[in-house]
Design a protein around this ligand. Structure first.
Ligand code: CO
Length: 203
C-alpha cells in the first residue's frame, strides 16, 4: 500500500478530462490500485477517489463516507436513478472549492469487486452524490460542469448574512427572534455540512 499523488485540474486537466477504460484483469495490480486509492483518499480527508485522479485511466473508484465502511467499485454502471437533491460538493482534484450540485437522490449501481465478482448496490443521499461524482470522473466530467449556480449563490449570500449576525452585537428585539430562528436554522445546516466536511467532503 502506498500513497499516490492526486492530480489537480490546475496541472493535469487534460488527464482528468479523459475517459477511462474498463478494467480487464482482476489481479494484484488492481488490488494495489484500490488499496492505494483508499489510503490516498483517507490521507486527503476525502470521501471518494477515482483511479483517473491518480493518473490511472481505468474504471475504478473507492468511497467511504464515514471512514469505517469502505466500498470499491470496478467497471461500475448506474442502472437506475430517482429523485433530485442539491448538496454541497468538493473535489480532491480541485482544492479549496465547494459548490452545490444537482444529483439524483437514489441510484442503483452495478459493479464488480476486486475479485471480479459482480454486485448491485442502492445508494441514497450523500452516498448517491459520491457515486455520481466518482462515476463522472471515469468519464472525464467534473462537478464544476454541473454547478447549481442559483443555489450556490443563495447559500453564499446566506453565509455572508450569518457572519454579519454573529459579528453584530446589537440586534433589535423584533428582528432578534427572527434572526435567532433564522440563524438556528442556518447553524443546523452548517452543523450538518461541517460534519460532512470534517469527515472530508471532497471526492
Ligand atoms: Co472529485
Amino acid at each position: 500500500m502506498a500513497l499516490r499523488e492526486i492530480l489537480k485540474t490546475s496541472d493535469n486537466l487534460e488527464t482528468l478530462r479523459r475517459i477511462s477504460r474498463e478494467v480487464e484483469v482482476f489481479d494484484e495490480k488492481l488490488f494495489a490500485l484500490l488499496d492505494d486509492l483508499t489510503d490516498t483518499m483517507l490521507k486527503a480527508n476525502g470521501v471518494g477517489l477515482a483511479a483517473p485522479q491518480v493518473g490511472i485511466l481505468r474504471r475504478a473508484f473507492v468511497i467511504s463516507l464515514d471512514g469505517k465502511d469502505f466500498y470499491e467499485f470496478v467497471n461500475p454502471k448506474i442502472i437506475f436513478e430517482k429523485g433530485m437533491q442539491s448538496d454541497e460538493e468538493g473535489c480532491l482534484s480541485i482544492p479549496n472549492q465547494h459548490a452545490y450540485v444537482k444529483r439524483p437522490r437514489k441510484v442503483i449501481i452495478q459493479a464488480y469487486d476486486r475479485h471480479g465478482e459482480g454486485f448491485e448496490l442502492t445508494a441514497y443521499d450523500r452516498f448517491a452524490v459520491a457515486v455520481c461524482h466518482e462515476m463522472d470522473h471515469l468519464n472525464g466530467i467534473l462537478y464544476t460542469d454541473k454547478i447549481d449556480t442559483e443555489l450556490t449563490e443563495r447559500m453564499e449570500k446566506k453565509l455572508k448574512n450569518k457572519r454579519k449576525v454573529i459579528e453584530g452585537t446589537e440586534v433589535l428585539t423584533t428582528s432578534s427572534e427572527e434572526n435567532a430562528g433564522a440563524s438556528n436554522a442556518r447553524s443546523n445546516n452548517k452543523n450538518n455540512s461541517s460534519e460532512l466536511s470534517s469527515k472530508g467532503e471532497q471526492t
